[in-house]
Design a protein around this ligand. Sequence first.
Ligand code: KG4
Ligand code: ZN
Length: 342
Amino acid sequence: MKDTIIFAIETSCDETSMAFVKNGNEVLGMTVLSQMDTHANFGGVVPEIASRMHTENITMVFEDILTQSDLKMTDVDAIAVTYAPGLLGSLLVGVEFAKVLSLVYNKPLIAVNHTMGHIFANQINNELKYPLLSLIVSGGHTDLVLMKGSYDIEILGSTIDDAAGEVYDKVARVLGLPYPGGPNIDKLAKEGANTYSLPTPMKDNTYQFSFSGLKSAVINLVHNEEQRGNKIRKNDLACSFQEAVIDELKRKVELALKNTGVKEMILAGGVSANVKLRETLKDLCEEYQVNFHVPSFKYCTDNAAMIGAAAYSLYQKKIFSGFDLTAESSMDIKKYMEQMKN
Ligand code: KG4
Ligand code: ZN
């Protein structure tokens, strides 16, 4: 069978990234230009600055990937781009650029959902076997889903309030740690002990997650201690918070492993870079004799290779977009699955 090479673009948040991906699982080249240092000055991503920087950087990133790889745009079978969800202005820069490439090189255009991209990061250098259980934990989403095929998804549960990554970022801010909060809490937690008593988010047997109560508990604890003039043991609090989040995620995953009996599990989204979470779920899966997969670190956070991987089966099914494709800022998996059916 002839190889399929997809050129992918990702600009949904603060990374401008492009990649060449072969057959949905082999990365032939990737460039990621992060704006993280700029946004760190503001304690979080500033949408207006993000879209402006994508506009400034996108041709540079395009030139860079063509220079560093042996491939030309004429070698490509399709152009894939993240169209949702994300920051509207940022997404639009990628979508419009993709349309231009599609028009100039006469290649089909593939619209990719960003969350599906995180899932398919697990397909890079790895074969996905269905049915599988997938936990998606990112800055905007926390979902536990059962995948019966590449785009055949049953949602078991989602967060009813904040996403896991979002809570990491908010707690980090209260602890005075720089943006992005997740990796910094992860680092600090390694130096601490689980000595602060925090509430268990949801003591129930559903697949739903809730993290806002935990977030409020940490914020209140910090404020109360400050008012009393007590010093916070930041590393212990980071550790206690992280344990509470991971405990919640683990409990729901265990419930799903028991109830579904699946033998394959994947972890996806930016929070999948968390070492403690990776280890906890790996051990849990071992206990249940389930094969556990997680992307290598560079494919955990936003990147274009995962978009190229997610585009592959859309290419095979010839699900292409016209030049009327536009960006959409909010699109959870449920809404996306409903759209796919129509
Ligand atoms: O998937 P992602 O790159 O962007 C979204 O699509 O949302 O996820 C970013 C999120 C941020 O909230 C960041 O703090 C979190 O992933 N994150 C982490 C770690 N690395 C990134 N959270 C916990 N531990 C980490 N090591
Ligand atoms: Zn992401």
